[in-house]
Design a protein around this ligand. Structure first.
Ligand code: SF4
Length: 696
């Protein structure tokens, strides 16, 4: 018989189903029954079995440099939290979570922090990934909802990919887009760089970085000028259109001005606008090139505005579509893991939400209002306002902008607790208390991918050493703090049912996130649960597309157009840093390489940190292809091998985000980027740093 276990890949937001053989982990295969990938895997997913060994794993708890038993480690964590609350108040405690956590782990971490410790300072590395898309969805739709599904990317007759190198960042989804190519289907890629994804493009708009809102405002103006708007849809289902159009006209009065501001050929801009206008089945997929910007939320809304203006939301092959970076960024959003949210897609300001959640959790105290978002949280740690930081499953010392300052913050923090499956990371180096957490294949729970599909990650290997699942660790700490009555879970199924029940609790239908039917799953049903898209409740029909009827989640049911003015990047080149630095992913590595570097197969594609440069810049700065170049900003120094790329815009370089200090002590991209953020979403401007360049 087939003893293989159905589970889900732990890397990107595509959320591919994986079949793993527990007896002999010789290889993994794509699950042909999983709707996300239908059997496909990219090279990262196909290498999973090579990254699961014990090498480099954190195997037992450590407290201030000494190995400890679990009870002592739990005492140390609870003691630090209790003392900090007593001496400095609950807001002196902060949690920094991760889109790598399973939904169940995320849920109880959020519950412990916001509902029982009563600190609002819970944020997550998803802040770096899709918080601008979240904010844009909420402004337009009234809820953080991706209206479409993956099939729409195949059904679209025009596929617009904005700020997305899906070929490398969402490879299986890209394969699906590629496989669905047909006569007449057009693809427009909007990206300052020519990437692997551009190979699919009929038109590549290599715009000046940061000018996306001008391009999409220009589209709205062009559609209005040519009388190609869906006036009926706007009148019946939307609001605030007139003001939005006035603002768009001010920002992008003509196609010529758009072409000039975006540094594009006017004929190319016209071609894009014509194709968009004449193609009812248009999907605009957007990702980090849109989100990681000081205008990330506005960029998202400028895209959504064009889809609303043409009535293309939640219909087959017609939708805006945020491509989520992480495996469970969406699950984290569902439980309320962002600092500005409370729980189950409810915000602090959602009417009645605080009292409702308090009643449901049975908590005496609950955080009053939004907490600090990632960059501000680490500033508060640096200032000394936060005394206890608990980091779970992420490596902020590499991934946050201005990472030199993040190191200082971690070094100053009186108590840093880190739960991780990897022993030695740039962040664990600062840990006072290290807690060994279960990794992929060892832990059990659920994740939600970019199309709102909840899938099971299943354990099929024994826990290594003394490692424990995150939910167990959090439960034990909660019990030690005296909250055991509210954390009496026997396993992830109990937590999942509670999470699902909260989504339906006093929910009259005004909150779209409702998975109440899943609260009725037995342990056995939870174990066998098949991938399902939310909402999942008694009257929910087909959940693959939402808002197709034009009724949105706002108070009056109308979608909101959002006026978008031009806001350009803050980190602009100057005499000390004349070159624009764009940071991003490469094909075969995941985040800060703590897992994907464990197999040589994944290092073959790019072996060391690099700097991709236009030949003119190579000449100008006296560096040479194949030789090392140094990029500097203030105290930050990045060293990488020069790669010549004539498709790179002159004056702009690209560097990878992945290397950490274990693998390349001067290969950390984030030493070059400042902690400047989008004022609405708090997402850092990771796509637009600046640096000086010289030969090594
Ligand atoms: Fe994993 Fe993403 Fe590759 Fe799928 S596309 S196998 S989820 S890394």
């Amino acid at each position: 018989g087939d003893n293989r276990i159905q589970t889900t890949c732990p890397y990107c937001g595509v959320g591919c189903g994986v079949l793993a053989d527990p007896a002999a982990l010789q290889g993994v295969e794509g699950d042909s029954h999983h709707p996300a990938n239908l059997g496909r895997l990219c090279v990262k997913g196909a290498s999973l079995h090579e990254t699961t060994g014990h090498a480099g794993k954190l195997l037992f708890p450590m407290v201030r440099g000494r190995r400890r038993e679990w009870p002592q480690a739990i005492d140390a964590v609870a003691g630090a939290i209790r003392h900090s609350i007593a001496d400095h108040g609950p807001e002196s405690v902060a949690f920094y979570l991760s889109g790598q956590l399973l939904t169940e782990d995320y849920y109880i971490a959020n519950k412990l922090a916001k509902g029982f410790i009563a600190t609002p300072h819970v944020d997550t590395n998803s802040r770096l990934c899709m918080s601008s898309a979240v904010a844009a969805h909420k402004r337009a739709f009234g809820a953080d909802v991706v209206p479409g599904c993956y099939e729409d990317l195949e059904l679209a007759d025009l596929l617009v990919l904005a700020g997305s190198n899906a070929a490398w960042a969402h490879p299986v989804l890209y394969q699906r887009m590629k496989a669905s190519a047909r006569d007449g289907r057009k693809v427009v890629v909007i990206d300052p760089r020519r990437t692997a994804t551009s190979e699919l493009a009929d038109l590549h708009l290599a715009l000046r970085p940061g000018t996306d809102t001008i391009l999409f405002n220009g589209l709205l103006v062009w559609l209005a000028h040519h009388d190609l708007l869906d006036g009926q849809y706007i009148a019946d289902h939307c609001q605030d259109f007139d003001q939005t159009l006035v603002t768009a006209k001010a920002a992008a009065p003509s196609t010529a001005s758009v072409a000039s501001e975006c540094d594009l050929d006017v004929d190319d801009v016209e071609a894009f606008y014509r194709w968009f206008a004449r193609t009812p089945r248009t999907v605009t997929g957007f990702s980090q090139g849109i989100n990681q910007s000081v205008a990330g939320t506005d960029k998202g809304n400028s895209i959504i505005n064009c889809h609303l203006a043409t009535g293309r939301v939640g219909k087959p092959g017609a939708s805006p579509f945020s491509l989520t970076g992480q495996p469970n960024a969406m699950g984290g959003r569902e439980v309320g893991g962002l600092a500005n949210t409370l729980a189950a897609h409810m915000d602090y300001h959602t009417p009645g939400a605080r009292e409702r959640v308090k009643r449901f959790w049975g908590s005496d105290a609950i955080a009053d209002g939004p907490g600090l978002k990632a960059v501000d949280m680490f500033e508060a740690i640096h200032r000394g306002d936060i005394k206890v930081l608990w980091v779970m499953g992420t490596n902020p010392a590499v991934s946050l902008p201005d990472s030199g300052r993040v190191h200082e913050a971690l070094a100053r923090c009186p108590t840093v607790i880190v739960s991780d499956c990897t022993a030695s990371t740039d962040t664990t180096a600062h840990a006072d208390i290290l807690l060994p957490a279960a990794g992929w294949g060892e832990k059990d729970g659920t994740v939600t991918n970019s199309e709102r599909r909840i899938s099971r990650q299943r354990s099929f290997m024994p826990l290594p050493g003394e490692a424990k699942p995150d939910w167990w660790i959090i439960r034990e700490v909660a019990a030690k703090l005296g909250f055991g009555h509210a954390f009496n879970y026997q396993g992830p199924a109990d937590i999942f049912r509670e999470h699902a029940a909260l989504s339906a609790f006093e929910n009259d239908g005004s909150r779209i996130f409702n998975i109440g039917r899943l609260a009725e799953l037995s342990d056995q049903q939870y174990q066998g649960m098949q991938p399902v898209q939310w909402p999942v409740h008694k009257s929910a029909g087909d959940s693959s597309r939402l808002y197709a009827d034009g009724r949105f989640t706002t108070d009056n049911g109308r979608a909101r157009f959002v006026p978008v003015s031009t806001v350009l990047p803050v980190q602009v080149p100057d005499a000390d840093g004349p070159v624009v630095v764009n940071t991003g992913r490469i094909r075969d590595q995941w985040h800060t390489m703590t897992r994907t570097a464990n197999t040589s197969r994944l290092l073959a594609h790019r072996q060391e940190p690099f700097v991709e440069m236009h030949p003119n810049d190579i000449q100008r700065y006296g560096v040479a292809p194949g030789h090392l170049a140094v990029l500097t900003r203030d105290d930050g120094r990045f060293v990488g091998k020069v790669r010549e790329n004539s498709q790179q815009r002159p004056g702009e370089v690209f560097i990878p985000i992945h290397w950490n200090r274990q693998f390349a002590s001067h290969g950390i991209a984030t030493v070059l980027t400042q902690g400047v953020t989008d004022p609405v979403s708090g997402q850092p401007e990771a796509k637009h740093g600046r640096a000086a360049i010289s030969p090594f």
